[in-house]
Design a protein around this ligand. Sequence first.
Ligand SMILES: [Zn+2]
Length: 247
Amino acid sequence: MAGRAGLDFHRSGLNSSQIARHMNIPRATIRGWIDPRYVRLVVGCRGCFRCERTSNVPGPDYVYLLGLYLGDGCLSGHAKGVWRLRIFQDTRYAGLIAECRLAMASVTTARVGLRKCIGCVEISAYWKHWIHLFPQHGPGLKWRRRIVLEQWQRELTSAYPAQLLRGLIHSDGCRSLNTVRRRWSGREAQYAYPRYFFTNASDDIRNLFTDTCDQLEVRWTQTNARSIAISRHGDVAFLDRFIGPKS
Ligand SMILES: [Zn+2]
């Protein structure tokens, strides 16, 4: 009833501050009646952005997490409709572990836990909404089924392509030094230059990787059935600006 009265005041031309004073109700509540998105931004900004249909989407963190999930993450179903998202990182890479944890905490209200395994750390959280954020989940291994992004995911990955490459390389990729020997004026010299690799058994996920490289005008080559390399100096230098060696 109060909400309807507030809306009537709004239609009559009063602004939210005037209605709040008149009805002795907090201004944020009035603004929520006038524009329901306002309430979600204030009260529910850390909930599931798909269910809340909020405009306050943590885009960069979500796209990075999507890259990690597609590369090497997994979802598993538990009781009462709860899902568990797990992502593994090598124990040597404290920076990647921290970044994964922060990205996960940015998109979920659930507690993000760390667990040490042999040689790796498992970063995970139980949440009912993971399946809404990662609808690519399905029975069996990712490379055995089609992996197709939904329209809303394509919009986010197009908006944050660098984050997608970071997530994919931070899970299923690496930056390594390639050493070559060259004979020059009778002397043998050794050169080392960095390259990025992305290796995944899924054609769809590799295509997603190379499509994103194309969007960023990064040249790539397929080195074997499952691997993509980025070797040109300018392209490696470009990726170094936002990816770099794992640490
Ligand atoms: Zn949801």
